[in-house]
Design a protein around this ligand. Sequence first.
Ligand code: SF4
Length: 423
Amino acid sequence: MHAAADGGLARIRVPGGRLTASQLRGLADAAAVHGTGVIELTSRANVQVRGLGEGDGFAARMAEAGLLPSSTHERIRNVLASPLTGCDAEGILDVGPLVSELDRRLCARPGLAGLPGRFLFALDDGRGDVAWLGPDAGMLPTGPEEAALVLAGADSGLRVPVTSAVTALLAAAEAFLAELAARGVHAWRIGELPGGAEPVAARVRATLETGGAGPVRLRPPAERVRTPPPAVAGGPVGAVRQPGGRVALGVAVPLGRLTPAQAELLAGLASADGVRLTPWRGVVLPGLARVDLPRAVARLTEAGLVTDPDSPWIGVTACTGRPGCAKSLADVQADAARATVPAGDGAAGTPGTVAPRAADRPRTGTLPVHWAGCDRRCGRPRGRVADVVATGDGYRVNLNGRSLNCTDIEETTAAVTAARGGS
Ligand code: SF4
């Protein structure tokens, strides 16, 4: 729990973004009873709840729901996984079982409790969606039997058997701590180490070769996987066919804020496969019966959630802003909502409201846009993004080094639309 301007703030780690329906229900209920009720989705596929009072009622509810399995390792259970893994043919393997294995073995190593809370793991199933989100230690299968070890967001050149991938990730975390101790320095991330990821890779290789982890190879720089541009904004949105008459439905959550009613609806629609939170602050519902899809889409849309990949909400992010952050110069979330779905366009302009049908609205453009209450721009996605930063007198819209000062929301909306390539 941290102290924020609007009360206690709790962050709950959700390895791989995986929740059962009953865990999501328990989270929504506890957030409504103890906090503001809103569940904020983070870019690490974790969740945050704000406005919590004194006492440990909320933590006790999370423990009851099985969401606090380790009091010593809670802060370091930051694990991304491909949200559609096991659902379609895009991935090379289903990394779901590896998420559980990594979490279990991570929590079983007392020495790793000292890992900085910013350290990030990623289990990519081969489609390349989470390997390039800047993990400290990640795996990217290059075939059914072998995986590339990603360190500090880039291919380290090490190739390990898929069966030893979790061992390699844990070895990377331990190698990072060993490097910090050996050099007597402090760093939050592998990329901040003097010498970068190279010394960590050398330690991992030595550990795996002496530990019987199977054949470990080092690819020369020319043969390493090049870091591609960031994935398309918004993550999976819409239906993806699964075998056996099933579908996985990607749902975008406006500004990553789930109301209690929306969380309850998602829990009610979820199959036995549960829900998967995504690093793009959305949700995937795997295993839905194909015949139930139209009704599910209608109910989600009515509740203000987004299943249309062309929605103006796709690619819109915002920092906490007022009232949650004392540094903020504006209520950026409310302003971002007003600019994305302006009043008079058939919606009230607040997160969770329904955008007009694609055919009925002007084009808003597709470039990601990030709204921030100050120049720190917390939560800004990687890659090419239009920045909208509060100035105290309005907003400054930045793109490619050019900026425009806007004094009211209409002017800001027009500048954002132009920056995103809309009309
Ligand atoms: S960008 Fe500024 S206003 Fe927004 S959350 Fe960060 S510190 Fe607060």
